[in-house]
Design a protein around this ligand. Structure first.
Ligand code: PHE
Length: 445
């Protein structure tokens, strides 16, 4: 089924795709990965990976979506047939939809933590508490299955309420204020960070090159994160591309999206690290950085309720504009495949993702000790499946398809670039991206 609906403007597409790209990955994961991997060295590698590998694949995915202009499965099949290739490439579209499904199932659990923390921050629950007590607060929050499940449920319902209303009435209306809103909050937080005594320590942690911290494993984290942060290989960009009008320049819009995504991750770091250093805290606490470390700073600064509350609202805004881009590809596919209305397709897919995510919600409490081979719990299995297997493998296949299987004439026409830039894109997509992703996939096993 070919899709006729389109974004109301090119700018709307840029906001939607930027909303998809800017998510927990930017505000939660990027800062803690930077903290764990020694700061500036990681930032530099990440920038390199976004530019040389992430961006070419992002361009490819949007291009395949627009060329196929259908659900992810339909688009891949259409483009493959047009290029006289096997229609089985449709499976790559399906793999993207499946990746979105698994990702949404646990993304909403983490987003739920942030939602639950908004109230804690605004009501001053962190005020004057010791580091130990703040750590316990988060442990207690996670340990309660009812709380974690409740927020997971609320977050999925919120996502479904937006997607169920459709492209113009649902996605565009929500994105139209959530994305500008998130940038405004981010700038307020950065403004606040400039007034703290740790501001320059935070900046130098992020930007003063320290080459000794570069090693193989930080390179892999940077590369994996470049895909995650640009929402690649989850069919989100395939479906958003399908709604893009034929006249918009894909390379130019993709460049803007990657730029805004990168800037927001850097700004999140600039907002966070000065607070960490101002309060004599450590930046290398991993995933607990925003839930255990930052609240210590919020609890000990003037106006910490407001700054803390805004910070968690920022996380939730960023997460919603990402989660709708995970649900949309599934909904589009189910609508076309079973010929049902958008509302029913949304109810069905959101409920399935919710149900599958219950296991992740419980992995933080009552199922914590159910582990495969005594090692990974349910959440860790699904998370690793997505970030270490499905996304890199999907990205690799997208690059191979766009570079080696799609007809040159079709990609040239769709990208409408002059000879030099087209050659550059083609080189990156045919050689650079497969090589780099091959390295991640190889290392995942
Ligand atoms: N890019 C989002 C983030 O950084 C995650 C995401 C991945 C969103 C895939 C949609 C699809 O959090």
């Amino acid at each position: 089924m070919t899709i006729k609906s389109t974004w109301s403007s090119r700018w709307m597409f840029i906001m939607a795709a930027t909303g998809s790209a800017v998510g927990l990955g930017n505000i939660w994961k990027f800062p803690y990965m930077t903290g764990e991997n020694g700061g500036s060295a990681f930032v530099l590698m990440y920038l390199g990976c976004v530019l040389l590998v992430g961006l070419p694949v992002l361009i490819a995915e949007i291009m395949l979506g627009r060329r196929g202009s259908g659900s992810p499965v339909h688009s891949m099949r259409t483009v493959a047939i047009e290029s006289k290739r096997s229609p089985h490439w449709a499976w790559l579209g399906f793999a993207g939809v499946a990746t979105s499904f698994f990702l949404l199932s646990f993304y909403s659990v983490i987003a739920g933590f942030a939602a639950g923390y908004i109230e804690k921050a605004f009501t001053g629950e962190f005020s004057g508490l010791s580091a130990q007590k703040i750590g316990d607060l988060f442990d207690d929050f996670q340990a309660n299955p009812v709380t974690v499940l409740g927020w997971h449920t609320a977050f999925i319902i919120m996502t479904a309420l937006i997607v169920g209303r459709g492209l113009r009435e649902g996605l565009e209306k929500a994105i139209g204020w959530l994305v500008p809103g998130l940038f405004v909050i981010l700038l307020i937080l950065v403004g606040y960070a400039t007034t703290t005594i740790g501001f320059f320590d935070g900046l130098s942690f992020m930007f003063k090159p320290d080459w000794s911290a570069i090693n193989g494993s930080s390179f892999l984290s940077a590369l994996g994160h470049a895909f995650f942060t640009l929402s690649i290989a989850t069919a989100s960009m395939l479906i958003y591309g399908a709604y893009l009008s034929p006249s918009a320049s894909i390379p130019r819009t993709a460049l803007i999206i990657a730029f805004l995504d990168t800037i927001s991750a850097l700004l999140a770091g600039i907002a966070i690290f000065p607070l960490v250093f101002s309060h004599g805290l450590m930046p290398d606490q991993g995933p607990a950085l925003v839930f255990k470390t930052l609240p210590i700073a919020f609890g000990h600064m003037g106006g910490g309720e407001i700054i803390g509350g805004l910070f968690f609202i920022l996380l939730v805004f960023a997460a919603i504009t990402s989660s709708i881009s995970m649900l949309e590809p599934m909904v589009a596919w189910v609508m076309g495949r079973w010929k049902i209305s958008r509302v029913w397709a949304t109810v069905a897919t959101a409920s399935a993702a919710w149900l599958f995510g219950v296991g992740s919600a419980l992995s933080f409490n009552i199922w914590q000790d159910y582990r495969l081979f005594d090692k990974w719990n349910y959440y860790e299995i699904v998370d690793s499946l997505v970030s270490l297997v499905l996304m890199p493998a999907g990205g690799l296949l997208l690059a191979i398809f766009a570079g080696w299987f799609m007809s040159r004439q079709a990609s040239q026409q769709e990208l409408s670039l002059s000879a030099g830039p087209y050659q550059l894109w083609r080189f990156l997509i045919r050689f650079m991206a497969p090589l780099a992703v091959g390295i991640i996939v190889y290392n995942a096993f």
